[in-house]
Design a protein around this ligand. Structure first.
Ligand SMILES: Cc1cc2nc3c(=O)[nH]c(=O)nc-3n(C[C@H](O)[C@H](O)[C@H](O)COP(=O)(O)O)c2cc1C
Length: 435
């Protein structure tokens, strides 16, 4: 996907260097553009605790979906029991509509590695793994080349920059479904166990990889850390919004003039983002914000600013930063059903409400699309969604009802028309469905 230019004056925290470097630039060029200077500075003069305090003050929140404060997670890992600690950098990029992490790994692997080194040093992790989705173009190869160059220079390895700091880094390519990007699933996959989620708590911060304290952090979150060290926590906190400082990489796709990836400050309105992507190609009907477990927003929400609270209240998610523009010719009932079917197929099946409930939700959506439905089916979707959410073992299950629920919230007429056209047999003739 093309890298789109942001507005002039916007801070360039994540892709500033990538925009100026040749795609195959080596470590010398990256260093000339500022790479690894924050790490050298930290090794020479910043104590791990001061680094954690700085990330806490910066207000940096995780970019992998949940928006959890990074500093709080670092503190929890640093305070966990002594002994082996791990860092897992999540670059799996599970959302099929989000391409930004792959671009970041391909264009500035040194930025991710430097952020990883700073985070590992802060929490006392001596082994780190970066997970990349198998088949992600040249991301893994670029990362491995950058890693070898950084080891060669002594920035990573057994005696970092001649000190007693140790940090061994491995790149792992994993194949798997959408749910593999969820942190507990990722950890089990790294242990070569069945890729299914674990009940939390305990969180990976206290019991993660091989049962040891583990910092799981999205690669985009890590890439912001060198900037924070170089420019200061206060400078970072002054960007974006007070609730969500910094910038985010957004993948803008669908019915747009110029789909692509843009780095924008948190708080940017959806309208501004669409403008940067060339605007809607026809009449805009909706935006799917936050990926498959995100939600539909009507075209009337274009003035909504990008933020964790604002989007959740409106029924969508910041999620992995993917925004899909939906044109007026698309049926929301059909698209919501397609997404529900996708999530049902991608479910690992460990939780019974997820395994059975999502299949039933997709069947109910199919019924609305084909006319094999009853007037009570919308109410059934709502109550089944509540049950699935209540029982959720992981975020896939908790978020899977979102497409149908947000569709019913904002496009009630379309759903009502589909229900009214229903010709399903009486309830008694359909096992498992009560009126
Ligand atoms: C179904 C599902 C898929 C996920 N996929 C990803 C992913 O591809 N990359 C990622 O960083 N986080 C993903 N997450 C979120 C992770 O569980 C975790 O919160 C994140 O990696 C933590 O890093 P952060 O705090 O920097 O965001 C996913 C969550 C769910 C529920």
């Amino acid at each position: 996907m093309e890298l789109l230019a942001g507005r002039s004056g916007w801070p360039s925290i994540l892709l500033g260097r990538a925009a100026t470097l040749a795609p195959d630039a080596g470590i010398e060029a990256a260093e000339a553009a500022g790479a690894w200077s924050a790490w050298k500075n930290a090794v020479a003069s910043i104590a791990p605790d001061a680094l954690i305090a700085s990330v806490e003050r910066s207000g940096l929140r995780g970019r992998g979906g949940a928006g959890f404060p990074a500093g709080r997670k670092w503190r929890a890992v640093a305070n966990a029991d002594r002994g082996q600690r791990y860092l897992v950098a999540n670059g799996f990029g599970a959302d099929p509509g989000a391409h930004a992490e792959r671009l970041l790994l391909e264009r500035d692997p040194h930025g991710v590695l430097e952020g990883l080194a700073l985070a590992a040093y802060a929490v006392g992790a001596t082994e780190a793994t970066i997970v990349v989705r198998a088949g992600s173009g040249s991301a893994a190869a670029r990362l491995r080349a950058a890693l070898a160059a950084a080891e060669e220079k002594g920035y990573l390895g057994s005696a970092v920059l001649g000190t007693s700091i140790r940090l061994s880094v491995t790149v792992r390519e994993l194949a798997g479904s959408f749910v593999t990007g969820e942190e507990t699933v990722l950890l089990r996959a790294l242990e070569d166990r069945r890729a299914q989620p674990d009940q939390r708590p305990p969180y990976p911060a206290t019991k993660g990889l091989w049962g040891r304290p583990t910092l799981v952090q999205n690669v985009q979150t890590l890439a912001a850390v060198p900037w924070i060290v170089t420019h200061g926590a206060e400078a970072f906190a002054a960007t974006g919004t007070p609730d969500a400082p910094g910038t985010i990489l957004l993948s803008l796709s669908g019915a747009l003039g110029r789909p692509g990836i843009v780095e924008a400050p948190m708080g940017t309105t959806l309208r501004d983002l669409l403008d940067l992507a060339g605007g809607a190609t026809g009449t805009l009907k909706a935006l799917l914000v936050g990926g498959p477990t995100g939600g539909f927003l009507p075209a009337a929400s274009l003035d909504l600013p990008l933020g964790y609270g604002t989007l959740t209240e409106a029924g969508a998610l910041v999620g992995s930063g993917s925004i899909l523009a939906v044109g007026s010719e698309t049926s929301i009932v059909e698209l919501a059903t397609l997404l529900t079917r996708y999530l049902s197929d991608e479910s690992c099946g460990k939780s019974i409400p997820c395994r059975i409930g999502l299949r039933r939700l997709a069947e109910l959506g199919d019924g609305l699309c084909t006319g094999l439905c009853r007037p009570t089916d919308e109410a059934l979707i709502r109550s089944l969604s509540a049950d699935v959410r209540d029982a959720a073992l992981c975020g896939l299950e908790a978020g899977a009802p979102n497409p149908l629920l947000s569709g019913m919230r904002y496009f009630a007429d379309e759903f009502a028309a589909a229900s009214a056209g229903g010709s399903a047999p009486a309830a008694a003739a359909r096992p498992g469905v009560s009126a």
